[in-house]
Design a binder for this molecule. Structure first.
Ligand code: DX5
Ligand code: ZN
Length: 215
């Protein structure tokens, strides 16, 4: 079954604890946490302190997406704050292999994310060392942008590679996911759908998630 990871970027930050509980009640699989530093992307969101604050509000895995430069400076802080999966951007670090090892040695799942402009080939050297490949389907920085259909081919390439080599790697997509684009992404091979606006803006989040899980 497809996993669904609502992005709290679209939640009401004034009531984040309740928002996270709402996500869990709605049947989500993971809580997607977008961390932005105003340098890797042109927006700023949250730090490890917020992850620590929401941690007691849910048993769901916290899927922390680091859109920051020099992620090596923060991986340990997010791990200690209660992240379960920590994803770094391939474009943001020079020592990706070392960082993946560090994330794993902290007992966390390790992920790599790639921007729409980064080809799948760039992650090939790391595919055996990750638990999660996060394929961006918008240029990261903001919620509510339209899905870039040209990324579907990359999802297909990733799925083909994972299956051919029998790898245990989740393929997550993020950006502009809704009932239509989510279905296309799953058909292309995605196993996890991260989404902000389409889930937090849905009249009934629970109903929406149950539809997506059956794609
Ligand atoms: C974008 C973030 C996404 C964002 C998606 O930079 O990484 O996780 O929350 O938001 P929607 O689903 O609204 O495009
Ligand atoms: Zn994200």
């Amino acid at each position: 079954m497809v996993k669904v990871a609502p992005s709290i970027l679209s939640a009401d930050f004034a009531t984040l604890g309740e928002e996270v509980r709402r996500v869990e009640r709605a049947g989500a699989d993971w809580v997607h946490v977008d961390v932005m530093d105003g340098q890797f992307v042109p927006n700023i969101t949250i730090g490890p302190g917020v992850v620590r604050s929401i941690r007691p509000h849910t048993k769901l895995p916290l899927d922390v997406h680091l859109m920051i430069v020099r992620p090596e400076n923060f991986v340990e802080a997010f791990a200690r704050a209660g992240a379960d999966l920590i994803t770094i951007h391939l474009e943001a670090s020079k020592n990706v292999a070392e960082l993946l090892l560090q994330i794993k040695s902290l007992g966390k799942g390790a992920g790599i994310s790639i921007n729409p402009g980064t080809p799948f080939e760039k992650v090939l050297p790391f595919m055996e060392h990750i638990d999660l490949l996060l394929i961006m389907t918008v240029n990261p920085g903001f919620g509510g942008q339209p899905f870039m259909h040209e990324c579907l081919d990359k999802i297909r390439q990733a799925r083909e590679h994972v299956d051919r080599h029998h790898l245990c790697v989740e393929i997550e997509v993020d950006g502009g996911i809704n009932a239509q684009t989510g279905k296309l992404a799953v058909q292309a091979g995605a196993s996890v759908l991260a989404a902000g606006n389409a889930l937090f803006g849905a009249p009934d989040m629970r109903k929406e998630i149950s539809i997506w899980k059956r794609f």
